[in-house]
Design a protein around this ligand. Structure first.
Ligand code: GDP
Ligand code: MG
Length: 327
């Protein structure tokens, strides 16, 4: 499976460059003074959130990340160059944990947000710094400080205004691509989606971030199918868009199956705002649609929308509902 929503990496900030011990040598001056410059500071390791990324897969192939060290100082009081910072790009919603994978260091929740995880070491002092009235020719200089280094865990928990949930094949990915410019994989077999895809719905000058949460199935809280990996992403969505294929035999059962899975993972998820959408109206005749909806309405006293993603039926109305529940 390609999707990776946690990764352990080793980061090392650059060390400071050492100070220089040097003396001026000029042709007609017999004893030149000290002129050793300071070392440059080491580069830091900085983590930056990037909306266009949606997995931590890059961190599976590479585990060690090191920022550049500072350069040593040199004669003529030249300070060494600073080491370059290393910037690690991660998806928005990535949390940084200490090596125990339990103590939160930082939560990157906004696009372009940056956090310095490991600070580079300060550069050492050149011998010029140690000149005094009693010591005019100091040989003393100091080394740069070491940069910070340690293991950390990255954990991705997608943040979206609405998470699109439902059984495999309900039309979640199709729905995302209808609402936004995201282009998730769409196919007529379960589990085509293995990354939570994000898309932005633009309405009334507002941006609503939608996440296509891959197939939840019965037992997914126990790790069956791909589902449990993704349940954690739902935690941070404000609203749930629950898609149900109306052409399926037991639409009420299908609805309850997903709700049941959510509640087993975390009861609080059931308190989130909900938009129920019946999809694939084009596949069955109107009289059976009405019959099925009547039964559903009797048991679940909630409002719902109906559509066909093939014919775009009611789509403007659905977008307005999303806007109302998400903004
Ligand atoms: N006939 C019909 N097919 C649909 C509709 N919406 C989605 N599909 C098809 O159902 C299949 C599964 O859709 P997909 O978006 O991949 O479902 P997901 O597994 O929930 O992401 C694809 O073949 C879609 O083309 C619809 O309203 N009507
Ligand atoms: Mg899909």
């Amino acid at each position: 499976m390609k999707f990776l929503d946690q990764a352990k990496i080793y980061i090392r900030a650059g060390s400071g460059g050492s100070g220089s011990a040097s003396f001026r040598r000029e042709k007609y001056i017999e004893f030149g003074g000290p002129d050793g410059g300071d070392g440059g500071n080491g580069g830091s390791v900085i983590v930056e959130a990037e909306r266009n990324l949606n997995t931590l897969i890059d961190f599976r192939y590479r585990q060690h990340f090191k920022a550049e060290s500072g350069k040593s100082g040199s004669k003529k009081n030249k300070t060494g160059g600073s080491g370059k910072d290393l910037i690690l790009k991660v998806p928005v919603g990535t949390q940084l944990y200490e090596e125990d994978n339990n103590t939160l260091i930082y939560d990157l929740t906004k696009n372009k947000e940056k956090f310095v995880v490991a600070t580079g070491g300060k550069g050492g002092l050149g011998n010029t710094r140690f000149k005094s009235s009693t010591n005019r020719a100091p040989r003393k200089k100091t080394d740069g400080k070491k940069g910070e280094e340690f293991w950390i865990w990255l954990q991705l928990k997608v943040i979206a205004d609405a998470g699109i949930i439902g059984l495999p094949n309900a039309g979640k990915s199709s729905f995302l691509s209808k609402c936004t410019r995201a282009r998730p994989k769409i196919a007529n077999y379960p589990f085509t989606t293995i990354n939570p895809n994000l898309g932005v719905l633009n309405m009334n000058h507002k941006e609503i971030v939608l996440a296509d949460i891959p197939g939840l199935i019965e037992g997914s809280h126990k790790g069956v199918g791909l589902g449990d990996k993704f349940l954690r992403h739902i935690e941070r969505c404000k609203t749930l868009i629950h898609l149900i294929d109306i052409s399926e035999k037991d639409i009420l059962g299908n609805y309850l199956k997903i709700r049941n899975e959510l509640s087993k993972y975390d009861k609080n998820i059931l308190k989130k705002k909900e938009i129920i959408i019946f999809n694939k109206l084009d596949l069955i005749d109107m009289s059976s649609v009405n019959e099925k909806l009547k039964e559903f309405k009797n048991k679940v006293k909630k409002s719902y929308e109906i559509t066909s993603l093939v014919s775009n039926q009611n789509f403007d109305k659905i977008k307005k509902t999303i806007y109302k529940k998400c903004i």
